[in-house]
Every structure is written in C-alpha cells, then in structure tokens.
Design a protein around this ligand. Structure first.
Ligand SMILES: NC(=O)c1ccc[n+]([C@@H]2O[C@H](COP(=O)([O-])OP(=O)(O)OC[C@H]3O[C@@H](n4cnc5c(N)ncnc54)[C@H](OP(=O)(O)O)[C@@H]3O)[C@@H](O)[C@H]2O)c1
Length: 228
C-alpha cells in the first residue's frame, strides 16, 4: 500500500489487515508510518518510508520491498496531494510538485511492480484518480492535469498488459472527507462528502473481486454532487 498513512489509505490498510492480508505499507512521514505499523501489528520490515518526489527514495523502497516480499498480489496507490488555486496564484513549483507526486511517482513505481507481476503471472493495481481524472474543476489545473494524466497512463498500460493476468482498477471518487482538504482554501461542505471509511470499504471490496474478470472502473460520488 502506497500512501497507507493517509486518511483513505489508513482506512484501507486497517480493513486489509483485519482480513488477514500480508500487508506492506509506505508513507512519507516516518512517525505516522511507525504509529500505523504498531496499530496494524506489522513487523517493522513491513513499513517502508519513501518520498514520492525523490526517484532514488522510490527506487530504494521498491527494491527493498521486492526483495522482502516478492511480487505483490495487489498494489494500492492511495498517495496524492491536492493544490487547488486559480492559475494566477498557482506557482510552477506547485504545478510540478503535483505532477511529480500524483503522476510521475506512479509511473516510477509501476516500472518496478509490473515486471515483477509479469514474472509472477498475476497482479491487481488499484489507483484512485478521483472524478477530477475525468472532469474539470475551476482551480484544479495542476490536480486535474495529474489525475487525467494518471487515467490516460493507466489506460495505455492496460493495453500493454492485455495478454497478461495483471488487472488494473481505477477508482473515481468524488469529495471524501479527509486530511486532503485541510490545506485547501476552498469553501466545501465536508459533512456532505463521502465518509473516508466508505471509500476505504470500496477499495477493500475491489480487492475481493475474482481474478476471472476485472472491475476496470468504479465511481462513487457524494449524492448531492455528482460530477460525472
Ligand atoms: N479526499 C478526497 O476528496 C479525494 C477524492 C478523490 C481522490 N482522492 C485521492 O485519494 C488519494 C488519498 O487521498 P486522501 O484523501 O486519503 O489524502 P491524505 O489523507 O492527505 O493522504 C495522502 C497520502 O499521500 C502521502 N503522500 C503525500 N505526499 C507524499 C510524498 N511526497 N511522498 C510519499 N507519500 C506522500 C501521504 O503520506 P504522509 O501521511 O506520510 O504525509 C498520505 O499517505 C489521493 O490520491 C487523492 O488524490 C481524494
């Protein structure tokens, strides 16, 4: 699980740990990561710190993970940032940082994961592009660029993987009440958003699906704000 320390990620991690999954978790913040590993009763070697803005940090974490665990049955990437600002106040650095974390890091991670899954002959990759991977929103130039990019990248990789047993699932979530919104200066009704636990439950459900088919996409949106 990439981004296991996030609001949605930690909910997913708890549900998977309760179901008996052999879980490996990552996060950027070492303290949060240790705390989560303790809560989930994981061994310290099942928690890997990585910074998605740093290619060698991703490389080290992935090499360590693959040497410890082998090819993963399921990879869930629940990491991401959101910077929502009009273009005049959105800096080039913020734009690049959003693309680095939400898109380029996923690409780098997959360069390690897909060859391992190909050798193992199986695997499920779950991303959370969100509805802003399919529909625009004012102020979301950087965020939507990263998530539309993620969606396009995964659809292209899906074409490459058609003759393998590697499945790709894209979860398009509308607003989820999570820490994601804490640093966003926008008037939003968090009490009307999807509960983070419900979003986590959806990912847990996706992990249970039989390998004979694939849930290529799932969409969950707040009832009063259906954008796609
Ligand atoms: N919340 C929503 O409304 C919503 C809607 C649709 C889609 N999504 C997507 O769902 C995913 C999870 O979002 P969330 O709501 O759970 O957000 P969150 O609580 O802010 O969690 C974000 C996660 O990303 C990790 N992360 C951020 N920057 C990182 C970096 N440089 N290196 C490594 N890890 C980094 C964080 O690690 P640390 O905890 O260590 O900082 C944390 O685990 C994101 O991809 C988001 O775009 C969210």
């Amino acid at each position: 699980m990439i981004g296991a320390t996030g609001t949605i990620g930690s909910g997913i991690a708890k549900k998977l740990a309760d179901s008996g999954a052999r879980l490996y978790i990552t996060g950027r913040d070492q303290n949060k990561l240790n705390e989560l590993a303790d809560t989930l009763k994981l061994n310290p070697d099942q928690a890997l710190q990585l910074d998605l803005t740093n290619e060698s940090s991703i490389q080290n974490a992935m090499e360590t993970f693959l040497s410890r665990a082998g090819s993963p049955d399921i990879v869930i990437n629940a990491a991401g940032i959101g910077i929502i600002k009009p273009i005049e106040s959105l800096s080039v650095a913020e734009f690049k940082r959003t693309i680095d974390i939400n898109l380029t890091a996923s690409f780098i991670l997959l360069k390690f994961i897909i060859p391992a899954m190909k050798t193992a002959g199986k695997g499920l990759i779950i991303h959370i592009p969100g509805v802003l991977g399919k529909t625009p929103m004012a102020g979301a130039a950087a965020y939507a660029a990263s998530k539309y990019g993620l969606n396009g990248m995964m659809k292209s990789i899906r074409e490459e993987l058609k003759r393998t047993n590697i499945r790709i699932t894209q979860l398009f979530l509308g607003g989820v009440d999570s820490a994601f919104w804490d640093s966003i200066d926008l008037k939003v009704q968090r009490d009307k958003m999807i509960a983070a636990d419900e979003a986590a439950k959806a990912v847990w459900f996706l992990c249970q699906q039989p390998a004979s088919g694939v849930v290529s996409e799932m969409v969950i949106q707040p009832f009063n704000h259906q954008a796609i």
